[in-house]
Every structure is written in structure tokens, then in C-alpha cells.
Design a binder for this molecule. Sequence first.
Ligand code: PRX
Length: 632
Amino acid sequence: MAGYREFHRRSIEDRDGFWAEQAKLIDWHKPFGKVLEYARPPFAKWFVGGETNLCHNALDRHLAARGEQKALVWISTEVNQEKSFTYREVHAEVQRVAAMMVSLGVKKGDRVIIYMPMVPEAFFAMLACARIGAVHSVVFGGFAAASLAARIDDARPSLMLTADGGSRMGKTVLYKPLVDESLRLAKNPPAKVLILRRGFDVNMRNVAGRDVDWQELAAQHAGARVACTWVESNEPSYILYTSGTTGQPKGVQRDVGGYAVALAASMKHIFCGDAGETMFTTSDIGWVVGHSYIVYAPLLAGMTTIMYEGVPVRPDAGIWWKIVQDHRANVMFSAPTAIRVLKKQDPAYLSKYDLSSLKHLFLAGEPLDEPTHQWIAEALKKPVVDHYWQTESGWPILSAMPGVEKTPLKYGSPSFAVYGYDLRLLRESDASEAGADEKAVVAIVPPLPPGCMSTVWGDDERFVKTYFSNFSKKMVYSTFDWGIRDQDGYYFILGRTDDVINVAGHRLGTREIEEAVSMHANIAECAVVGVADALKGQMPLAFAVAKDTSKLVSAEGRKHLEKEVMQTVDNQLGAIARPRAVHFVTLLPKTRSGKTLRRLIQALAEGRDPGDLTTIEDPGALEQIRNSLKEG
Ligand code: PRX
């Protein structure tokens, strides 16, 4: 591991030298004066004074050498369509969308909410924002109206981009009614909404003066030329909301220069994606993986990126491998849940296709269990790289780095700290460093490397308080994950230290779900915990106290209220947050000071020993939880 060790050492001990070298991977309109400015810890400013543009680096820079190479291959098994766009074509489409946005009044620094299905226009829109210096905030299409409204109010966008609808598993999902509802709920709705018609909603009605037809406006801007707006490296490129301990999602703010450099470097050192090759990332543009590894990083590296609208098992469980074969994909990035889903299918799907182009499969977003890791590695006969990171980091924190050195992989482990991260395992009690095989909090000594979040949008104080104030003795970044390092130096991630749960790789806050459950008129209070699930990793489970219990005496009555509560969660947050079950109790286990004992509930729900029970105010609450679980 000498090569890796030296690379990592240099990234920490000679930060400026290391990152100045990586910064050569992108174009700078104006060179930066300082590699790192760290005058106001923990706020790190990278490549200060440098001017660049993400869209220029993703597209314009490649036109001379690879204008006719495919930049984007869009495949939809939902509408059975496939479209390819060369770098030159994407460049033209992006300029057209940029011109459309400018015509609707969008200026540098303005926020644009993108609430769209996985269509090429969404991809163009992200790059168009980057081109004109607007700040995009993509909201995952599975989020409900109330969640969308909360993000609108926080970001205060001047424009929102959406579509009439999308499709999931062959079933139409209408977007427009949900958007209308979110704009009714929002206190700061955008003045304009640009709507792409896909033909899903023939009865769609536009609101006069607010709604603009995408295709009509696009027709007026055919052949538009919009120059890149050069921005200082530390200006915001985007906001992406993510869940945490509180009910209010945080707007993770990212910069421009640091992000471009970090992504370009990760393609070289971690993902081994070369110009002219093809990358297939199965995520969604609504998540950080989609931002980094469907849109920006593959293009920064001069690759062809595949954008897929559909599920892994339709038309059959061989679809992803067929895509790899047909498009000669070299790098693939997916999530453990998807692999667990495929593991339940006929293994013949894996040998049916020619996967010889594929160099690595990268998996992230949730714990990768050993059996699944081993199964997919043996079935593919390729290195399968588990790697660990967060919305906050924007790119890997722990990973093998085959571009630096080919180190042996261990099943269930995301290997080692990535260059740039001064990673530590700290004891929760006193922030001292844990020894080998000792469970502790995964922490990063600041400054965070380039590409990581700059701050919480509009709330510097929350950034410091949330991430850097967990240890009283040291100002370190807490990942809120437990981890251990074995005798050989390999890390293993053991789950979150906070109330965040991970459902099929989707990060959700149990507090958010609790707030959603409590929106039902008959719920007095509730506790939501994440319980282990063989397929999805975790699932939310709700325990609720009803105001009026008269209808809960019969099993039928309980089922009815459970269904209503689930519907309320669907409406508030979206179906991805729907609890697996809602159990009704008359009191929740609490401490004497009134804190709900979620960990205890979680232990009982997972059939584990709840441990110390002395802090419980009323042990009867425990019995109720046990009984409700028994009743199923
Ligand atoms: O708990 C960790 C888990 O997912 C969280 C971050 O989720 P998100 O912000 O959606 O970003 C995903 C980017 C890939 C982490 O705090 N997590 C992510 N990767 C892994 C993981 N847990 C275990 N192993 C991983 N490889």
C-alpha cells in the first residue's frame, strides 16, 4: 500500500502542492491566487480568486477534440426510447435552455428549482444553470408537495422547471398537480414555471402569466448562443437538500472550482474513467450521486454518460447488463439495494451479456453487506468497489483508489481514507482516537477538501453547529456515522449516530417522518425508527399515540387509521418515506425529562436486547411496544 499511503500523506501534509497539481485537470479562465484560504475555520475556500465555469469544463473544453463523440446516452425503459447526443449537440441544447432561462429573467446567482423526471432536458437544465452562474436545486421527483414547498421557501427560486409527468414501473406519475399544490403551499413561490410536455397529462392546464410551455419557448431559442459566465471558484454552483437530525432539511451548498477539481481528480484516481470511455451511473439526478456521477464528473473527464429512466428489473433483471453490453460501459456506479434486488433474480442474467468492457463496479450510498459484495464480485468477475461518502462531501471519503494503486479489496469494507481527507475515528466521550477494531465516530479534521459543502445555504451558523460542534474539545467534522478500522487498516461503516435512516440508499430523517405522521388529525404524538430490512437496508416503522382511541379497539379500525397515516406521509413527504407499519400505543417510552427513547424502540423492533432500562419513566410503555410488535 506504499503508493496509496504516500499519495494520501502528501494530500494532507502538502495540501497546497497536491491540490494545485489536481487543479490542472480543469480549465481556469483566470488563475487562482491562493490554493486554500482558511482564515475563518471551519469555512474553507479553495482556489481563491480563480475564475472558471463548470459547464465550460464539462462541454466547451472538449468540443475541439471530441465534438462528435457521444456525451449523453439517454435510455428510458419507461417510455421505450433511447436518444444520444454528441458533445456538440449537448453544447447546443444547453445553450438553448440557458437562453430560455435568461429570457425568463434568470440572472447569475438566482436559484432555479429543477423538479423533473430523468429526461435529457433536466440534464441540460443543470448544465445551463452552471453556464449562466445560476444556482440549481434539483428536488427528487419522489418528494411530495409539502417537501417541495419547504425547499422552495428555503431556496427562494426565481424559476422552477418541471414536466407534466413521469413514469415508474410503467405507471404514470403526474408532476404538474403536485407542483401546483407546492406553489399554493409555498410562501415564496417563483414567478415563472417552465413545463416540459411529455404527453403524460393531456388535460394539463397552465396558469396564465406563471406557467410557460417548454417546447414553445425552446422553438424561439433554436440555435441560441450563450457564453459561459465566469465565476469565482467559491461562488455557489448548487444547493441540494438533505435530511438530518431535525425535521427541516439542510441546503447543502457547493462551490464551483473546488467541486470541478475534486470530481475531475476522482475520475482519475478512484473511478479510472478515461476520456472517450463510458460511465453508467444508475442513480437519479435528484440525489448527490446523480449530480456528481451522472452529470458533472463523466463530462469533466470527457466521457460518455448514460442516463437511465427506469427500474433495474423491467423489462427484465438483465436490463442494466444489457445496457453495459450495448454501450460498452467501462465504469458502472450503483447502490447496494439494487444489487440485493438483482441477487434475488435468475443469475443467468449476468452471464447472458458481454460485460468485457466493464473495468469496475462501484457501489455506495448505504452499507454493502458482505454476502452481497461477494455475490456480485464473483458473478461479475470484476472488482466491485464499495465506497463511502455523503451529500455533504459530494465525492468519496472512503474508497479503494485503483487509479493510485490497486490495493486488495475486502468484502463489506470501503477500504481507506481518500486523499484530501484527514480522517479519524474518534471516541464519542472525549474525541480521543480509537484503536484498531474499536467502534467510534467517523470524523474529519478540517479543512474539508475541495468539493465538499461550503456551508448550509443561508445559514453559516447551522453549518458550524450541525457538523463541527459534536466534540467539545475539538473542532472536527462529524459524519454522524459509526465506523471501525481493522488490524489491516480497512474501514467498516456501522450505521448512523443520529436519527437519519437509509431506505434503499435514500437518506431520510426520522424526525421528518414523525412530523409527517403527526400531520394526521388523529395523531397526538409518535416515534419513528429505522429497522433492519433484508432488501432495503432499513425501513421506517412508526409507533403512534392516537387522540381518539375509540376506533382503535378493532383490528379493522387500527388498519383503517394505519392506512390513513401512511397516506398522510405519502402526501407530506412522498411514498419513499412511508412506514412499513404503524403501531398504535397509548404512551411512548420516554426518559423522565421527556425524551423519547428511540434507540430502545429500535432495539425491540429488531429483536435485540434493549440494554439499560433505568432511564425509562414508565416501563408500561415498553410492554406496549412489545405487544404491538407481537400483534404485527
Ligand atoms: O450513513 C452513510 C451512508 O449514507 C450516508 C450518506 O447518504 P447521502 O447523503 O444520501 O449520500 C450518499 C452518497 C453516496 C452516509 O452518512 N453510506 C453511504 N455510503 C456508504 C454508507 N454506509 C455504508 N457504506 C457505504 N459505502
